[in-house]
Design a binder for this molecule. Structure first.
Ligand code: ADP
Ligand code: MG
Length: 228
């Protein structure tokens, strides 16, 4: 599902270049749930932004679902994201002027005219995340955990191949975070999706198929059983 070949990415700091990812090679297979641990500033968000096609590497190639992202135009990368990627953010990123239901419909509207099946899919997903009663609510009426459950439904609604989650529990208390992780694990596995999740919480280790860390620009695989 994800193929990284010699991927490097850095940022200019004054007159020197700070290399965040240094010739990273890695593959993630379809259906895997991979967790990226690592200190703040180690490059987790940078990697997620490359895999989602938000950003481009300085060198190397990135293939997602067989598509070479580096060769796409910016517009085609936007279309790629709309079709293939579901993204979950630390701060939920729901649109405040839209209801829960309208937030869920948005990724489908971006793909084309809405059908009755689309409406039904939103209702089914709201039910799957336990928020059927809140379809007409605005996001600011919901708790943090409820907002993240809406965001999970939104990330799945357009049936993407790949779910990317950047610190999805970073703004939640421990117990709510655990509930969100369990929900995410259950829904993505049910749908047979691939998921790459960045976090610095060790709570998620229990659900991971594989654990990666970024150290000095390199992606390092950690044994699952000893990382908890
Ligand atoms: P993480 O998500 O693991 O906390 P990031 O990927 O956000 O780490 O950042 C990795 C490094 O790259 C940090 O040193 C950060 O300051 C730097 N960085 C990230 N984005 C930018 C940017 N747009 N411009 C300059 N430096 C950046
Ligand atoms: Mg980050």
């Amino acid at each position: 599902m994800i193929e990284l070949r010699q991927v490097s990415k850095g940022y200019r700091e004054g007159d020197r270049q700070h290399r965040v990812l240094d010739r990273v090679d890695h593959d993630i297979r379809r259906g895997e749930l991979v967790v990226m641990l690592g200190k703040s500033g180690s490059g987790k968000s940078t990697l997620l932004n490359l895999v989602s096609g938000i950003d481009l590497p300085d060198s190397g190639t990135i293939r997602v679902a067989g598509i070479d992202l580096v060769r796409l135009s910016e517009r085609d990368r936007t279309l790629f994201r709309r079709h293939h990627i579901g993204f979950i953010f630390q701060f939920f990123n729901l649109l405040p002027t839209l209801t829960v239901r309208e937030n869920l419909l948005l990724p489908l509207e971006l793909k084309g005219p809405l059908s009755a099946a689309d409406e039904q899919r939103c209702l089914d997903l709201l039910s799957a995340v336990g928020l059927s009663a809140r379809a007409g609510s605005f996001p600011d009426r919901l708790s943090g955990g409820e907002r993240q459950r809406v965001a999970i439904a939104r990330a799945l609604v357009h049936e993407p191949d790949l779910i990317l989650a950047d610190e999805p529990t970073g703004n939640l208390d421990v117990e709510t975070g655990q509930e969100v992780i369990e929900l995410l694990d259950r829904l993505t596995r049910q749908a047979g999706k691939t998921m790459l999740m960045a976090t610095h919480s060790r709570q998620v280790v229990g659900v991971a198929d594989r654990i990666l860390t970024i150290e000095h620009g390199h992606l390092v695989e950690r044994p699952v059983e000893t990382s908890g």
